[in-house]
Design a protein around this ligand. Structure first.
Ligand code: ZN
Ligand code: ZN
Length: 329
């Protein structure tokens, strides 16, 4: 049995579960662990049976709960090496380096004061040394150490935040297997370190993930054929984005070649670039500020009717706030 469940889709969190044979994989983990588990049980999925997590890219809406979830379940996380690195850097920002340097500096200063105090003692000025030891070097030194300890405590969760029970690397263009599911990662144009889409195959059923992409280049088009299920981004309506609340710079980012796919671009692909074979087309990563589900649906329906599809593609809309009913093959 193959089972496909979208748990969440949109800029506030993305996650889906794919079951094939005896293997169950979480694709992206953009919800908190608690919310993920809640939605899985709502959808009738048992989190304890997950075998692995695979990650498309390091943006927060795709990785927010990954560390806690992987640790809680004791399961491996699959990234590209660049995505893993970017994610780690995101969790362990530069101030940790500054802290290390700062700590080193504190140690040096304490040693210097100590040396000065010892030097003074050797010169036969015990009273002053005691004074120095009590007042000057020791008290601020202790304060420094206390501050350093406090900082170390504060830095600890940061340090541990990127710890995972197991990390596996994959590369775009090189298919790999987890249990009964084979996975083909492919490069997508998006403003992340090494973003990918996936085609998952189990028991002869092919399911594609194609969200977070500025446009559909030929390599992606080639992957999105002969599918049974297509999860396709339909992020924004161009006019709503143009007139909407986002600042100009964010609008430019969304619209760029490494941003997000508009309803028009998704519809253009469905009409002109897609073979119409998938039994299910799921529109995904819809913007809550710059799109309306009805707009996305109407455009995709029109495109599917006008396209080469001979089969009736069931058109579904993935939701930010609740899981979509599981699809079984
Ligand atoms: Zn996203
Ligand atoms: Zn993204």
């Amino acid at each position: 049995m193959v089972r496909f469940t979208v748990l969440a889709s949109g800029s506030k969190g993305n996650s889906a579960v794919v079951t094939g044979g005896r293997t169950r994989i979480l694709v992206d983990c953009g919800l908190s662990c608690r919310e993920l588990f809640r939605r899985m049980s709502l959808a009738g999925e048992d989190p304890q049976t997950l075998d692995a997590i695979i990650i498309t890219h390091e943006h927060s809406d795709h990785v927010h709960g990954v560390a806690v979830t992987a640790r809680k379940l004791g399961i491996p996380v699959y990234f590209t090496e660049a995505t893993h690195g970017a994610w780690r850097r995101w969790l362990t920002p530069r101030r940790q380096m500054t802290y290390t340097q700062w700590l080193e500096q504190c140690r040096k200063q304490a040693a210097e004061r100590q040396a000065e105090a010892e030097c003074a003692a050797e010169e036969g000025e015990p009273d002053e040394t005691d004074l120095l030891a009590d007042a000057e070097p020791v008290s601020p030194g202790m304060a420094d150490i206390a501050a350093a300890d406090a900082q170390a405590e504060a830095a600890k969760p940061q340090k541990d935040a990127a710890w995972l029970p197991a990390v596996e690397y994959f590369e775009a263009g090189r298919p790999f297997v987890i249990g009964d599911i084979s996975i083909s990662p492919f490069t997508i144009p998006h403003d992340a370190a090494d973003p990918v889409g996936f085609v998952l195959q189990a028991e002869g059923v092919r399911m594609a993930f194609a969200t977070d992409l500025g446009y559909i280049p030929p390599n992606v088009k080639a992957q999105l054929q002969a599918l049974d299920l297509l999860l396709l981004e339909s992020n924004h309506d161009l006019e709503m984005l143009r007139d909407g609340p986002y600042p100009w710079s964010v609008k430019q980012r969304v619209l760029s070649r490494v941003g997000h796919l508009s309803n028009d671009a998704a519809a253009d692909f469905l009409e002109n670039g897609y073979d119409g074979q998938a039994a299910y087309v799921i529109l995904a990563h819809l913007s809550e500020s710059n799109n309306l589900p009805e707009l996305a649906r109407v455009m995709a329906e029109r495109a599917l009717n006008g396209g080469a599809s001979l089969l009736a593609n069931a058109l579904l809309l993935a939701n930010q706030h609740e899981p979509l009913s599981s699809i079984f093959f």
